[in-house]
Design a protein around this ligand. Structure first.
Ligand code: ZN
Length: 309
């Protein structure tokens, strides 16, 4: 059994930059490349397998025709979506509904829970996470009266920070930030505020009523567990375990053996290089270790983010 390496899909965005090319060495389509869909079976960016017996198949085909690779997990779609995001400019401020709200208001869609690992950022970078309203009434009042500066919670960030973004949590990346996003495979987003910017002479569409419906108050920040597992050659930290995914950060300095005992494991190399079971891997590689992969050995100096159900 081999790791399943995937070919990323790139998305040009008005707020995108060139760091996915300069930092990660990808062949990007332009200097406005905002997103690298690294592990995705979404119809808007379905990654192709690069190696082995499944080479050329898309991840959605693999999910549909070889469910045994995913531990026979049930569901009509591959449940997660892993992206790298390079924001040169500020993104609009958004919120996602939960499954129940999306089901009722978005034709049976799923809601969206996501999380962000800060891969790199400018020295003075900030991020929008949450708001300062104390009650739902105050959320409504502050949005309707455009009290954005008082309402929006902006905090400084640094490389290595991690944020869980549950449904109902206001959020936005600001310029100068490169993140790895792990999310439910869903697209339902409500845009609350776009800094009053114009795109082709017009403001972008906002979803103010739905946003007010779903924003939760008061905002409660997520505390990353400080629990770390340290072994010879590595340190591993569980960043989040929620209903939709579990995300770990692994820092490797040497050689260490691990066991893949999940239905499947998504692996993203964010820094450094090395090997997995003798196969060369480097920053920017993304692969899946399928069900029953069993024991594997990593060697090298690497920062790795993994996710599983
Ligand atoms: Zn989001």
């Amino acid at each position: 059994m081999e790791p399943i390496f995937l070919k990323p899909v790139f998305k040009q965005m008005i707020w995108g930059g060139n760091r996915l090319g300069t930092d990660f060495g990808y062949e990007i389509p332009g200097d406005d490349t905002g997103e690298c869909w690294a592990i995705s079976a979404h119809p808007n960016g379905d990654c192709q397998v690069k190696n082995g017996v499944y080479a050329g198949m898309s991840l959605s085909e693999l999910w549909n025709d070889h469910r045994e690779l995913f531990g026979n997990t049930e569901g009509d779609r591959f449940p997660l979506l892993i992206k790298l995001i390079d924001a040169r400019a500020d993104l609009s401020i958004q919120v996602h509904p939960n499954d129940a709200y999306a089901k009722e208001h978005e034709n049976g869609s799923l809601g969206k829970t996501e999380c962000w690992y800060i891969v790199d950022c400018d020295a003075d970078a900030e991020i929008v996470i949450g708001h300062h309203a104390k009650t739902h009434e105050e959320v409504k009042e502050m949005i309707e009266n455009k009290r954005w500066n008082e309402f929006i919670r902006v905090i400084p960030i640094k490389k290595g920070d991690f944020f869980q973004i549950n449904p109902g949590c206001l959020h936005a990346i600001k310029g100068g930030t490169l993140i790895l996003e792990t999310q439910q495979n869903s697209d339902i987003t409500y845009r609350v505020y776009d800094y009053d910017r114009l795109s082709n002479g017009k403001p972008r569409e906002l979803h103010v009523e739905k946003s007010i419906d779903v924003i939760e108050a008061p905002f409660v920040p997520y505390q990353v567990s400080a629990t770390r597992e340290t072994g010879a050659g590595y340190e591993r930290q569980n960043l989040i375990t929620c209903d939709f995914y579990s995300v770990d950060k692994l820092e490797l300095h040497g050689t260490a053996a691990f066991t893949q005992d999940k239905p499947f494991l998504n692996v993203s190399i964010l820094e450094g290089d090395g090997t997995i079971d003798g196969i060369m891997i480097r920053k920017g590689d993304h692969f899946i270790l399928p069900a029953d992969y069993g024991e594997y050995t990593l060697s090298g100096n690497m920062t790795v983010i993994t996710s599983s159900l």
